[in-house]
Design a protein around this ligand. Structure first.
Ligand code: AMP
Length: 306
């Protein structure tokens, strides 16, 4: 099954208690593509960069079988830039700077051969761009997943709520779920959000795991306890990439299979945080992914008689 991925391809500057990076390659779509490439080799990318973005970074995506035909390169313009600083607990962060640059006037054009992609991953970027991509699909994708963040809620809540009416799964973190719903309790928040359009909701809680809701059921997966967490940047996007990648690979969108997809998403996120930026996702092998999924299974498995 093919996946159409929309989102930022970016430069990031990151500060964690363990170190600091200057401009490195990041962006929601970058992490999503790298992560989902472990599950399918049919990934179509829609994004935009400036002429300052290195060809070598685009080649990395191409080497992972990502079709970059929908990646616009804007002459004389600068790539989207984000900078963030993590708190000592590594679970929360402050955005220090967001420079939209090429994103400011981005008009996404979905190439003809992408318009019938089977799965659609609307990664984090302007809700109006997410909507424009949705409207260009000639066949309704089997599953539409949307990810967003507080930045877009602050600026374009109405646009976001419009987009949400058309999606099957929303993935956000706990603070964003509270902001979107106006509820502190995540159970109440989920109930409200599920009335806004999405049939399923994933609430990511960083090192405290992830919750999957639909109208009837709820599932919880912990995060793998890791010895070393260097940089949480991209964990949410790696989660989304693993989640949709697994669903596309198995071509099964039942709640039961989504539970497994949450484990695969959590697995990809657990790798991502072990090194700065995209480094770890570029290094891991299929065998390591399998071994880590098995660690997850062992972590939550127990016997009891009631
Ligand atoms: P995550 O840690 O999964 O939330 O995602 C981090 C990535 O999101 C970074 O690589 C940033 O380039 C990207 N990012 C940060 N702010 C935004 C934004 N407002 N819209 C889209 N992408 C963003």
């Amino acid at each position: 099954m093919s996946i159409l991925v929309v989102g930022t391809v970016a430069f990031d500057a990151i500060e964690t208690p363990f170190g600091k990076t200057d401009k490195i390659v990041g962006g929601a779509a970058t992490y999503i593509c790298l992560s989902s490439s472990f599950f399918t080799n049919k990934i179509n990318l829609i994004s935009v960069v400036g002429e300052d973005f290195p060809d070598s970074a685009i080649q990395v995506l191409k080497n992972k079988s990502v079709n970059t035909k929908g990646l616009q390169i804007k002459k004389g313009e600068k790539t989207f830039f984000w900078s963030g600083k993590y708190h000592d607990n590594m679970n929360t962060r402050d955005t220090l700077d967001t420079q939209l640059n090429v994103l400011e006037n981005f008009n996404p054009i979905v190439p003809k051969e992408f318009k019938e992609s089977d799965f659609l991953m609307l990664g984090n970027l302007m809700p109006s761009v997410q909507k424009k991509v949705l409207s260009q699909m000639t066949k309704k994708p089997k599953l539409i997943v949307l990810d967003t963040m507080n930045f877009w809620m602050d600026l374009f809540m109405d646009d976001l709520k419009e987009a949400l009416k058309q999606v099957d799964v929303l993935t956000i973190n706990d603070e964003e779920a509270r902001q979107l719903s106006g509820e502190h309790s995540l159970v109440k928040a989920a109930k409200k959000i599920l009335k806004m359009g999405p049939k399923h909701l994933v609430i990511k809680k960083g090192e405290h795991g992830a919750l999957l809701f639909n109208n009837k059921e709820v599932f919880f997966a912990p995060a793998l306890p890791l010895e070393e967490v260097f940089d949480p940047t991209g964990a949410g996007d790696s989660f989304a990439g693993g989640f949709i990648g697994y669903l596309a690979k198995t071509n099964d969108i039942s709640f039961n299979n989504m539970k497994k997809a949450v484990i695969y998403g959590s697995t990809m996120a657990s790798f991502c945080v072990e090194k700065f930026g995209t480094k770890k996702l570029n290094e891991i092998t299929q065998k390591e992914v399998k071994t880590r999924v098995n660690e997850f299974i062992q972590l939550v498995k127990f016997d009891t008689t009631l």
